[in-house]
Design a protein around this ligand. Structure first.
Ligand SMILES: [Fe+2]
Length: 189
């Protein structure tokens, strides 16, 4: 069975949400599951490989972020199964379905890791906000509420990440990381 078919596969359930609505919900939730799995592994990648004078606080921050994402993975996967859907939660499924770009493997410095994560948290946050609107339109207040809960913390984490970058971005005083983001990065509106 193709990933597309698996992503919308439904089991019989007594839940009072019509199958045609549930199938749209589980497709969306499977996209979110893939992106969340991808982002969690990227936060771990940063946690393990960050270097520089801020090593310890960034090493800890990235692990805290990865831990939160791990919880969301379980929450999204179990919402899929609660809706009678099939959760696509392997590393290979995540790699082929994620909306996020791969993590850069050639960075070391703390600011570059913070920038790489902020550049991925921003599109992930956008995806969650769009999903709140879509699930609300589909009439599933519970899934919209789940997205809202996660969205609120992801916005906060994007703030935590960007707070490390904003002084350099505003004043233009930074090395490689600042130079890359001076031209109004996509993550800053
Ligand atoms: Fe660790």
């Amino acid at each position: 069975m193709s990933d597309n078919k698996l992503a919308s596969r439904l089991y019989p359930t007594r839940i009072d949400i019509p199958a045609e609505v549930r199938s749209q919900l589980v497709v969306l939730l499977n996209q979110t599951l893939a992106a969340t799995l991808d982002l969690k592994t990227q936060a771990k990648q940063a946690h393990w490989n960050v270097k520089g004078t801020d090593f310890y606080q960034l090493h800890e921050l990235f692990d805290e972020i990865a831990g939160e994402l791990e919880e969301y993975i379980d929450m999204f996967a179990e919402r899929i199964t609660a809706l009678g859907g099939y959760a696509l939660g392997t590393a290979r499924a995540a790699a082929s379905n994620s909306i996020l770009p791969e993590y850069p493997f050639d960075i070391l410095d703390g600011k570059d890791h913070v920038t790489a994560l902020a550049d991925r948290f921003a599109p992930y946050a956008k995806h969650l906000r769009q999903a709140i609107a879509k699930t609300d339109d589909l009439g599933d207040a519970d899934t919209a509420d789940l997205y809202t809960e996660v969205s609120r913390t992801i916005d906060k984490r994007l703030w935590f990440l960007e707070a490390h970058l904003q002084v350099a971005e505003i004043t233009g005083q930074n090395g490689a990381a600042g130079a890359k983001t001076n031209k109004q990065p996509a993550s800053v509106k």
